[in-house]
Design a protein around this ligand. Sequence first.
Ligand code: KG4
Ligand code: ZN
Length: 343
Amino acid sequence: MTNDNLQPIILGIESSCDDTSAAIVRGTHLLSSAIASQKVHELWGGVVPELASRAHQQNIVPVVDAAFKQANIRKEDVNAIAFTRGPGLMGSLLVGTSFAKSMAIALNVPLIEVNHMQGHILANFVDEKGDEKKPEFPFLCLTVSGGHTQIVRVDGYFSMTVLGQTIDDAAGEAFDKIGKVLSLPYPAGPHIDAKAKVGNKDAFVFSRPDVKGLDFSFSGLKTNVLYFIEKKVRENPDFIAENMDDICASVQYTIIDILLRKLKKAIKETGITSVAIAGGVSANSGLRCALTEMAEKQHLTLHLPSLKFTTDNAAMIAVTGYFKYLKNDFTDATVMASARYSL
Ligand code: KG4
Ligand code: ZN
């Protein structure tokens, strides 16, 4: 289908963690995207599951309404409703799942379940202007979020193989936990990113794990930084304040180095030279710069998603829903949310 007006209209709903989001696409073209982030967790330094599901319940109706208003379409114009089935927090997933089911029944349209991790990867296919360059198959995707760190071989929209993943903490979790040690607000990733820009990455050296194959580990780095900071603060109580930018730059550099070493290994092993990134940590400016440099040196084709499609959003769920719609891959209303839904 080439005429955009003939393409199906899909409403996507995302509620797997602490962002309530709704988006509408026509084909792969984004018509609207609304998101309500939950500030309540900042107080606790991490997501509190019970508070997250309560906030989703409050946010979901206004967020879906906002998506329809922005897209300037009627509810009856929607051809299908896609929702995040998992992985994620059970209480949070239940809100989006139940809402999507009820709305699909009310509008008498098909229901499409989406795997959140697949959604992150397919976020690379959302169009805003229509002339965006898309990754070509096969490509390797480094998916780095608050809950996951994976290198995925992508042979088609629904042909994905996890080649390696974290055996403990995710990359985003490392940013957030180290940020907590530094008393930065949650989520700490963007704060560390901003401070790292003016810090010296070589100021402090932290450990790199020795993990076999294409798997990752970040818990050792977190402990290494924690002990280092504790020791330094005993010697000088103002150590963190005096060295904040340098600590952030050194931590960020280490995380990026761990990620890129494995990515290079995956490129070498598979012979695939087309690379994309996905997930919240793919918003990191240092990671984007390092990947751009690596792509130039190694003649890779690199695809960096637009920043707003890196962290959790419903555009990625709607576009995945669109690709499933083309395959008539629908689900019925007995579908259950799945906290540990693997790729
Ligand atoms: O994909 P996402 O929104 O949610 C999950 O599915 O987990 O990712 C959230 C993670 C958080 O750990 C957050 O600190 C991290 O992405 N993040 C960043 C940046 N922006 C978000 N990490 C490093 N640099 C950033 N600029
Ligand atoms: Zn996510």
